[in-house]
Design a protein around this ligand. Structure first.
Ligand code: G6P
Ligand code: ZN
Length: 583
């Protein structure tokens, strides 16, 4: 057995290591600076209580993006030197973000120990490669992202750090091979356990969904399926679950080989970036010669986001969570005894509110960021939640979960078609959505993103929108001058949230303009970009009348879009005449 020495290395603080909404995300070139990753990892160890480090079990893995392999080895050596008992690594350093959450919550070592936390190496949906983004975030014992109290401590530590500890002479562990490698240290044994990335996650999925009924759906000659991993880590799970377990054909998987640079693409599952899938589903301007599949889905780099599509049909994420919530109890065994409650982020449309109201469910509106759902789930208040930003999930883990969302939709389709698999025509994704609209009304919804705009201009624009809110009559005068056919602004504010569990207050969570007819405009700055500022405009309009729920969404929303852009003086503040992405 190799016995390693612990080296104490002197270092100095490096600016800008404040973790954002989802950890520290920077260009690879920034991460590669001497001591950059080391400082952050040591600052994290120092922010945790001693029992979460000494003798502890930690998970280290991620979406496999460029620099992950180096980072895994560095973190292993630092864990060893800091007295960690064992590190769990998914084969090839791969684990999706939801799988890390599942591993932390579910996996048990031979001696009965469980993980007390984990480092997830990902920059989520941001591109990867030598000149693109890398990221690292720490998740806690409940499988969810570290709360602000911890990330603040990490940041404070990065500003005063003087030394870190590393087992420099520890040989690199071959993380492509499953198995345990044991080392001896001054504080006792240290193991690196490389395990199959899918086992724990697949076991969890099988305990939630009825795989047999989904298998029957996929086997029906009337059904066809397609999944695009955008070269992210979801590909590993897609092969194992959709092909090996559920019997899909390998050629129904697109871009399911994880790549360090995501094949040069932007691994974000939306109508702009999931080009190949969008074309295959018949949603591109140029219609493909082949008949599109009945169902299509994509996930982002670390597989926590998802997009669900029907044949020539886009399901908005806001509708998706509402439809899953409305159908969960009948279609998904995990929810058979009922839902504890449901939740959405503030900018997500109110489609879920209507379902909660009809089904008499507890309902919560939280700020953007998955961590807010985690608190509700830990307190047993929420079963299903979702965000307009293509995140959907449940209390089975403490992260959003792309593959889970796909399985949820397949479960609903399987349930709706259970007596119909050999019938004339299957109930389709589009049928389910249209039926939902006619029952609950439709929330027309769109989001305009202005990426990488000047940060100063964006801040000024937000300040201006807040200033405007001081007088409703003034706002309404401006609105009516822009479009006389929109309803009156009834209230306007900045969203503020009081966590019902711990009482903490989050301020400045987005600027809202709420109209008398239930329409809504929301403006906020993204918290996840790595360059400049990203402005998001969320536009929503409620239509209760079933005879009017079938319109084209951009057309239905055109008056409100015009109001949003003129009210916010978008072009004046950003110099942009069009958004970067429309979803
Ligand atoms: C990440 C978080 C989500 C959040 C999303 C959008 O994916 O996990 O909870 O909704 O970012 O954030 P942004 O600040 O860019 O709108
Ligand atoms: Zn992600």
């Amino acid at each position: 057995m190799v016995v390693f020495k612990v080296s104490r290395i002197e270092t100095a603080p490096i600016d800008g290591q404040k973790p954002g909404t989802s950890g520290l995300r920077k260009k690879v070139t920034v991460f590669k600076q001497p001591n950059y990753l080391h400082n952050f990892v040591q600052s994290t160890f120092n922010a945790l209580t001693a029992d979460k480090v000494k003798g502890a079990t930690l998970v280290v893995s991620g979406d496999g993006r460029y620099y992950s392999k180096d980072a895994v080895q560095i973190i292993i050596k630092m864990a060893a030197a800091n007295g960690v008992r064992r590190v769990w690594v998914g084969q090839n350093g791969l684990l999706s973000t939801p799988a890390v959450s599942a591993v932390i919550r579910e996996r048990v070592a031979a001696d009965g120990s469980k993980a007390t936390g984990g480092f997830i190496l990902t920059a989520s949906h941001n591109p990867g490669g030598p000149h693109e983004d890398f990221g690292i975030k720490y998740n806690m014992e409940n499988g969810g992202p570290a709360p602000e109290s911890i990330t603040d401590k990490i940041y404070e530590n990065t500003k005063t750090i003087k030394e870190y500890f590393i087992a420099e002479d520890l040989p690199d562990v071959d993380i492509s091979v499953i198995g345990v490698t044991s080392f001896g240290g001054h504080e006792g044994p240290f193991d690196v356990d490389v395990f199959d990335a899918t086992t724990d996650y697949v076991k969890l999925m099988k305990s939630i969904f009825d795989f047999e009924s989904i298998q029957k759906l996929l086997a029906s000659p009337k059904f066809s399926f397609c999944f695009d991993a955008l070269h992210g880590v979801a590909g590993v799970y897609a092969k194992r679950i959709f092909v090996d377990e559920l019997g899909a054909d390998e050629n129904q998987l697109l871009n399911c080989v994880p790549k360090e640079d995501f094949g040069g693409g932007h691994p974000d599952p939306n109508l702009t970036y999931a080009k190949e899938l969008v074309a295959r589903m018949g949603l591109s301007k140029t219609e493909s010669p082949n008949e599109p599949p009945e169902f299509g889905a994509a996930a982002d780099g670390d597989a926590d986001r998802n997009m669900v599509l029907g044949k020539r049909f886009f399901v908005t994420p806001s509708d998706s969570v509402a439809i899953i919530a409305a159908n969960a109890v009948q279609s998904i065994p995990y929810f058979a005894s009922g839902l504890k409650g449901v939740a959405r982020s503030m900018p997500t449309s109110a489609a879920l509110d209507v379902v909660a109201n009809a089904l008499n469910l507890k309902f919560f509106e939280v700020p953007t960021g998955w961590k807010f759902f985690g608190n509700l789930m830990d307190a047993g208040l929420c079963s299903i939640c979702g965000e307009e930003s293509f995140g959907t999930g449940s209390d089975h883990i403490r992260e959003k979960d792309g593959i889970w969302a796909v399985l949820a939709w397949l479960s609903i389709l399987a349930f709706k078609n259970k007596d119909n698999l050999s019938g004339e025509k299957l109930v389709t994704v589009e049928d389910i959505v249209r039926e939902h609209w006619s029952q609950y009304g439709r929330h027309y919804y769109t989001r305009y993103d202005y990426e990488n705009v000047d940060a100063g201009g964006a801040k000024e624009q937000m300040a201006n929108l807040i200033k405007l809110q001081s007088s409703l009559p003034d706002i309404n005068k401006i609105v009516k001058e822009i479009r006389s056919d929109v309803s009156d602004v009834a209230t306007a504010d900045e969203f503020e949230y009081k966590d019902p569990v711990d009482g903490s207050i989050s301020k400045h969570q987005g600027i809202r303009y709420m109209f008398a007819d239930g329409s809504r405009l929301v403006f906020r700055l993204s918290g996840t970009g790595s360059e400049g500022a990203t402005i998001r405009v969320y536009i929503e309009q409620y239509e209760k009348d079933p005879s009017k729920s079938g319109r084209d969404s951009q057309e239905a929303l055109a008056p409100l879009v015009e109001v949003a852009l003129k009210l916010s003086k978008m072009e004046e503040f950003t110099g942009r005449s069009a958004p970067t992405v429309i979803t």
